[in-house]
Design a protein around this ligand. Structure first.
Ligand SMILES: Nc1nc2c(ncn2[C@@H]2O[C@H](COP(=O)(O)OP(=O)(O)O)[C@@H](O)[C@H]2O)c(=O)[nH]1
Ligand SMILES: [Mg+2]
Length: 391
């Protein structure tokens, strides 16, 4: 990087972005690939483009197969319930189904042969006064990273709020397996860590307007440079979200790979059959992002996973807010909101009327300077707060 693409290639890319059907996308991407000059600076880009092309071809085949068999097919998505949805993902036989069963009581398919689980299955994990939905999924095929089978599992990952990545300590290839799973996710635009910086470009339809939401630092470029760059790719309407420290190269990369961030927790299971020393496990830190918690345990008994609820809760970045009517009792069930939410978000999730007629709020709990502090709509609430809205 930077790719420094010739205008022709950029124009082809714009065509790819606008393509509607899978067939159109394939054709446009092929044209784009042949218009990109091959050199060191475009290596990553070509790698991404070829992967994407392989995936699109798979998708096309799948679409054709579905048409031949008269459409329909099984529903693969799992309806979200509870405070958040966590997809349990990993290589075969690592104990995913056992873990979901032990922690939630859900009936899952457990077997000592690979790929026994054919369909996703949800269960509810209790954490204090909320429930977190765990979704058991079929195992990833590590030796066929771009398979349609994996695409479906990645679809579940994309739809979830967080991932629980499960590996087995009796596998001699543990390190490679972790790397493979993270790569399978990364190749499809799912990162489990924001690293130093993070860019996400959301294209908007309609009137041309590029809006930047910067929560960090632009290293060596201005907002105008971003607009100029995107216009070169014929992108005239977009919301660009920037977090942390980011270069213009990072922004250009985000044009090509639509990266989304999914917080994750890693589970190293079958501790009772572990072939690793403590020291060797600590050595795995260089393939696991620093901000990703790692739990070691035994799924059959649940040992080692006693704190999984809290760890997931914290990683999900959610908070619990208890509403209260003036002179009433605090609600038993909390509202679940994102970290950083304000009184406005609280009011909105109760009733739009509360926003329109808002006078002030009274707060008890961690975010209150003193019990019953009076605040406006922009007050940032924290986990455990009690909020009373006066309207
Ligand atoms: N020793 C041991 N075996 C386990 C553990 N967790 C799961 N298993 C066994 O490993 C096999 C695969 O488990 P399963 O949950 O179906 O794995 P999945 O393919 O990842 O869903 C089954 O025979 C389980 O009984 C564990 O913590 N320790
Ligand atoms: Mg299973």
């Amino acid at each position: 990087m930077p790719a420094n693409l010739p205008p022709e290639a950029k124009a082809k890319y714009a065509k790819y972005l606008d393509a509607k059907t899978t067939e159109e996308k394939i054709r446009a991407l092929e044209e784009f690939i042949s218009a990109v000059p091959k050199h060191k600076g475009t290596e990553n880009l070509m790698l991404w483009a070829r992967k994407k092309l392989a995936q699109l071809r798979q998708e096309l085949e799948d679409e054709k197969r579905r048409k031949r068999s008269g459409g329909g097919g099984i529903r693969y998505m799992v309806q979200k319930t509870g405070a958040a949805q966590v997809a349990v993902i990993g290589p075969p036989n690592t104990g995913k189904s056992t873990l979901v069963h032990t922690l939630t009581g859900a009936k899952t398919v457990v077997a000592d042969y690979p790929y026994a689980t054919r369909l996703p299955a949800p269960g509810m994990l209790k954490f204090e006064d909320i429930q977190i939905q765990l979704v058991d999924t079929p195992s990833l095929m590590l030796d066929e990273p771009d398979s349609q089978w994996n695409n479906r599992i990645i679809g579940l990952a994309r739809n979830a709020d967080a991932l629980l990545l499960v590996f087995s300590l009796d596998s001699p290839n543990l390190r490679d397996e972790i790397v493979s799973v993270l790569r399978i996710l990364g190749d499809r635009g799912i990162e489990i860590s924001k690293g130093k910086g993070y860019v996400y470009i959301e294209r908007t339809r309609g009137v041309g307007d590029i809006k930047l939401y910067v929560n960090g630092r632009l290293r060596g470029f201005t907002e105008e440079d971003v607009r100029k760059l995107l216009r070169e790719y014929r992108i005239y309407g977009a919301n660009v979200y920037i977090e942390g420290e980011v270069t213009l190269d990072d922004v250009e990369k985000a044009v090509f790979t639509r990266t989304m961030f999914k917080p994750a927790v890693i589970v190293l299971n079958k501790a009772d059959k572990s072939i690793y020393t403590r020291r060797e496990l600590l050595g795995l830190r260089d393939v696991v992002p620093r901000d990703t918690p790692v739990l070691v345990g035994i799924a059959r008994s649940g040992r080692g996973y006693e704190n999984l609820g809290r760890v997931l809760f914290e990683k999900l970045g959610i908070i619990r807010i208890y509403t209260k009517e003036p002179n009433g009792e605090k609600a038993e069930q909390p509202l679940v909101l994102r970290k950083g939410a304000t009184v406005l978000d609280v009011a909105k999730s109760v009733h739009s009327r509360l926003v329109k007629n808002f006078k002030y709020a009274k707060i008890w709990g961690p975010s209150a300077k003193y019990p019953g502090e009076r605040t406006g709509l922009d007050h940032v609430v924290e986990d455990g707060d009690i909020v009373e809205i006066h309207a």
